[in-house]
Design a protein around this ligand. Structure first.
Ligand code: SAM
Ligand code: SF4
Length: 484
């Protein structure tokens, strides 16, 4: 049987899809790249912005005829939009068979089997945040962490590892706490065991995931594990060469964590710490729980402890009531912090959030668009200038695989797997998460190599493998003298 899956949204969704596919493979499914060939079609959805939801509803609309012609096809909607819209999805697209929230994904194989056996439509979602005690709601959002299947990851050398689910911060613009439920940290022993298994399967880099990953807390007897403790334990795993974690909450960037990042060589010197805005009034309306001064202090401390650290951020432009002057304060913050990169989003009102209830979405779309372009142009200018500073330097790169251009070329030529020794454009990342592209060969994938940078733009460093001179400095060729 064939499975087609489309994933939108964050890394958490990418990991969820990887795990759902692995669990369906055990039921005999093979992946297909086309929905037309598929017996089961799944959408793993996002509801952070309206645009992500619109995309899914129009993809569902396109399947209406296919379902009429092949009623046996199972169509399922998983993830955040499934949890948010629940039965509304059946109303808008009555030919959908399955709706499963992010806290119920372990049920997907069983539900698909029931539908195939003629059981009719199925929906499994978690309790809404107001529909029970905290304990009941927590239990209804189960962390889905089955055994890992290396074949399901985009590269065998990198893997996401979930360390917590949910969020309790309730920023006023954000739907995540409603759809992903209360913040719950996974037991450290489970995280270490999963990472060890990944290392045994050849994984070199793990990326720890949580909505506010640095708020990780797990009580075990008298001891409370924090992210810094977890990093120290994971650091001991043989085979793991690099550890990253996303996304950080500015207020929880504590000194023990900074010390762990500084002192543990395998931990990437890279921190994603979204600021969202440079204006205190906007931050207060967003209920982010910190001021710009707090954020600046955190950045100053981070850079003082780790010169050369790379920090990236997220920003929302055009949040309710954002004036031009408030937006300029965001520009100032970006100018000052010199982020490695920033993800910039136009505010999208989410029904059910405090923001939607309290404040009108009153910044015109055209103004949001203009601010988005202006902030992006500034960020690109900074990224390019800072990347240029790498020209002539040697960096350590963990090689991830063929570059995007090489992959495109191979797909266009419909080429078979590259020869293990032929030249190939490769890509990888530095310790501070900068993307590097260079000429190498496929057997170098998964290794760390020194690369000398000769060019750069805002997004990429271009380099060549540093070849080491070894052996005696001078060679003397002795030619036997010919006697006459
Ligand atoms: N938990 C992370 C954090 O607190 O930074 C990220 C969660 S969210 C999936 C990723 C980003 O989407 C946020 O940092 C924010 O910039 C953006 N975002 C969230 N809600 C949004 C909304 N309603 N409109 C526009 N952007 C939004
Ligand atoms: Fe959303 Fe704020 Fe939680 Fe991030 S911290 S997931 S932005 S509520």
């Amino acid at each position: 049987m064939k499975l087609y899956i489309e994933t939108v949204g964050c890394q958490m969704n990418e990991l969820d899809s990887e795990l759902v596919v692995a669990s369906l493979r055990k039921d005999g499914y093979e992946l297909t790249a086309s929905p037309h060939d598929a017996d089961t079609i799944l959408f793993n959805t996002c509801s952070v912005r309206q645009h992500a939801e619109d995309k899914i509803y129009s993809a569902l609309g396109r399947l209406k005829n296919a379902k009429r012609e092949h009623p046996g096809k199972v169509i399922g909607v998983l993830g955040c939009m499934a949890q948010k819209d629940q039965g509304l999805i059946f109303k808008r697209a009555p030919y959908v068979d399955l709706i499963v929230g992010p806290g119920q994904l372990h049920q997907v194989p069983g539900l698909v089997r029931e539908i195939r056996a003629g059981g009719g439509q199925r929906m499994e979602v978690s309790l809404n945040r107001k529909d029970g005690t905290r304990e009941q709601i927590e239990r209804s959002h189960e962390s889905f962490d089955p055994l890992r299947d290396p074949a399901m990851r985009p590269t065998p050398y990198q893997a996401y590892v979930r360390i917590m689910i949910g969020c309790d911060k309730f920023c006023t613009y954000c739907i995540v706490p409603s759809v992903r439920g209360p913040e719950q940290s996974r037991p450290p022993a489970d995280i270490v065991a999963e990472s060890r298994q990944l290392a045994n399967e050849g994984c070199r880099e793990i990326i720890l995931l949580g909505q506010t990953v640095n708020s990780y807390k797990y009580r075990e007897g008298d001891h409370t594990w924090r992210l810094s403790d977890l990093l120290a334990s994971l650091h001991d795993i043989e085979g793991i060469q690099r550890i990253k974690f996303v996304t950080n909450y500015p207020k929880d960037m504590t000194n023990d964590l900074l010390a762990a990042v500084r002192d543990l060589p395998k931990v990437a010197k890279y921190l994603h710490v979204p600021a969202q805005s440079g204006s205190n009034d906007v931050l207060a309306r967003m209920k982010r729980g910190y001021t710009v001064e707090d954020y600046r202090e955190m950045i100053a401390r981070t850079k003082e402890w780790m010169p050369g650290v790379a920090v990236s951020s997220d920003f929302i432009v055009g949040f309710c009531g954002e004036t031009d002057a408030e937006f300029q304060l965001t520009m100032d913050l970006v100018r000052e912090c010199r982020f490695k990169n920033s993800f910039i989003f136009k505010y999208s009102e989410r029904p059910g959030t405090k923001g939607a209830e309290l404040y009108p979405d009153d910044v015109p779309d055209e103004v949001k668009r203009r601010r988005n372009h202006e902030l992006l142009a500034l960020q690109n200018e900074i990224s390019e200038a800072d990347n240029h500073a790498f020209i002539g330097r040697e960096v350590e790169v963990l090689i991830e695989g063929p570059s995007k251009a090489a992959e495109k070329e191979a797909a266009a030529a419909d080429a078979e797997a590259p020869s293990p020794n032929g030249p190939l454009q490769l890509t990888g990342r530095t310790h501070c998460d900068r993307i590097v592209v260079f000429e190498g060969n496929p057997r170098q994938i998964g290794h760390t190599l020194p690369i000398i940078i000769y060019d750069a733009n805002a997004h990429t460093l271009f380099g060549e493998i540093a070849t080491r001179h070894s052996g005696p400095e001078l060679f003397t060729l002795s030619v036997p003298l010919q006697t006459a």
